[in-house]
Write a protein that binds this ligand. Structure first.
Ligand SMILES: CC(C)(COP(=O)(O)OP(=O)(O)OC[C@H]1O[C@@H](n2cnc3c(N)ncnc32)[C@H](O)[C@@H]1OP(=O)(O)O)[C@@H](O)C(=O)NCCC(=O)NCCS
Length: 194
């Protein structure tokens, strides 16, 4: 299946049947996301099936990102050389990442994470961004949490000191940005065109 990843448009994207297994992620998408995006607190990007004709398009997965700042003392010294006088390190926070249950295990979660990382790179071309951060959340069972940690570790994320659930990566370690608007990717071709 090829996925289209595009900015969330409540008039275009159908979220009512989305279920990922985490109530907090489901409720955020169905109840809160529209308002938070309208108020400028977050930006959502959703994956849809390129083969789906017509509108609305079913949301198969999504992520949400927002601007963030973290105190220099909370970040390992090697990640913030020559910290600014403000002692605040600018970043992008990935607040949500989820895939509908019917589409899990096919690579879409990884595709969405790579897309979010590229959005951070793009943001870093127009304003100061040093880090990308996220909280490992949504998984109820220990085994799932451990799996999530290894997933993010495989993409280069590591925990903040004393905060094992909050992970970060420096912008320089992210994949280079690709130009353009929405992206279309195959599940087995995470590096394809944007
Ligand atoms: C986590 C999630 C987004 C992964 O989506 P996906 O499309 O199934 O993931 P992929 O097929 O691309 O697999 C990528 C990695 O995700 C991790 N993963 C997949 N399903 C997972 C699950 N149920 N629990 C924990 N980690 C999982 C694995 O590490 C996997 O890599 P691996 O197959 O090499 O072990 C999806 O399971 C989900 O929506 N879970 C509920 C919400 C949630 O926990 N969000 C994470 C917030 S930090």
């Amino acid at each position: 299946m090829a996925y289209r990843i595009e900015a969330f448009d409540p008039g275009l994207h159908d979220t009512k049947d989305f279920r990922c297994g985490s109530d907090s992620q489901d409720n955020f998408l169905r109840r809160t996301a529209k308002r938070q995006q309208r108020d400028g607190y977050t930006r959502l990007y959703v994956a849809t099936d390129t083969a789906q004709a017509g509108e609305p398009r079913a949301c198969l997965g999504f992520y949400a990102i927002n601007a963030h700042a973290i105190g220099v003392a909370d970040v390992p010294a090697d990640a913030v050389p020559r910290a600014p006088r403000s002692n605040l390190i600018p970043g992008v926070f990935l607040s949500h990442l989820a895939v509908d249950r019917r589409h899990q295990g096919k690579g879409l979660g990884r595709i969405l994470l790579v897309d979010a990382m590229q959005q951070c790179q793009r943001a870093g071309q127009i304003l100061g961004v040093r880090l990308m951060l996220l909280d490992v959340a949504g998984a109820a069972r220990d085994a799932e949490r451990a799996r999530l940690h290894s997933f993010y570790a495989s993409m280069g994320f590591r925990p903040l000191p004393g905060r094992p659930e909050r992970l970060f990566i420096t912008l320089s370690a992210l994949p280079p940005p690709q130009s353009g608007g929405s992206s279309i990717r195959g599940a087995d071709a995470a590096g394809s065109s944007r």
